[in-house]
Design a protein around this ligand. Structure first.
Ligand code: ATP
Ligand code: MG
Length: 212
């Protein structure tokens, strides 16, 4: 139902994938800065349904992680949450998600897959990783505390054009979901590290206490 004018212009859609267990302000600030830098029309946060790289590590249920993402993006008109990966059975591969999105959107919608510098190297394990470059642009974001070794730096350089990859430095927020889970477990405060509605959700559902 795009108007004629809209059909003529290019739309840029960011996709922020992750486990989001839980989503935190590092994710939000990162997505917002990429949106701003690349002139994206919006960013869709896409919680992984069955994170294959985190198998057996006791990841919180997809519905709960999705709820938290929804709460986190609610106040940003450019952000949205997608159920695409959590509704799909089986393991989650980025290339499959991008195929579905590519088939869904018209040609004038460009896809930008956003990933932290640490997570992008899972691309080496991703199936059909070369196809990713044809489906979407890859935006690699600096991650505080994560230093690229020589091999990875080389990999980035040689694969930048194949993978349609660009990197961007975002304001460093040294925060991870792992740290947050640890803090909650120890009964420490996570205020200001996650949006307040997310903190309340975690408390209300007793997440990360190690009890449930
Ligand atoms: P965990 O500690 O459980 O791995 P996480 O904080 O790394 O959680 P993920 O859901 O694994 O969060 O990450 C989703 C995406 O966001 C990844 O691409 C990751 O690199 C990126 N990301 C996470 N935290 C930050 C941050 N503080 N700054 C920049 N990028 C981040
Ligand atoms: Mg991670």
């Amino acid at each position: 139902d795009m108007g004629r004018k809209d059909a003529d212009r290019t739309f840029r859609l960011g996709i922020m994938g992750g486990t989001f267990d839980p989503v935190h302000i590092g994710h939000l600030a990162c997505a917002e800065q990429v949106r701003d830098a690349f002139g994206l029309d919006g960013v869709v946060f896409m919680p992984a349904g069955d994170p294959w790289m985190k198998k057996g590590k006791g990841v919180t249920g997809a519905e709960l992680r999705y709820d938290m993402v929804r709460l986190a993006v609610a106040d940003n008109p450019y952000f949205d949450a997608s159920r695409l990966e959590i509704d799909r059975a089986g393991e989650t591969y980025t290339v499959d998600t991008l195929r579905v999105l590519r088939a869904h959107y018209p040609e004038n919608v460009e896809l930008y897959f956003i990933s932290g510098a640490d997570a992008v190297f899972n691309i080496l394990k991703w199936r059909d990783s070369d196809e990713i470059g044809k489906l979407a642009r890859l935006v690699v974001v600096t991650r505080p505390g994560y230093i690229l070794n020589d091999a990875r730096r080389r990999y980035m350089r040689t694969h930048a054009s194949i993978l349609h990859m660009s990197s961007i430095e975002v304001t460093a927020l040294s925060i991870s979901s792992t740290d947050l889970r640890e803090k909650v477990k120890e009964g420490r405060s996570i205020r200001y590290l996650v949006p307040q509605p997310v903190a309340e959700y975690i408390q209300h559902h007793g997440l990360y206490t190690g009890v449930s």
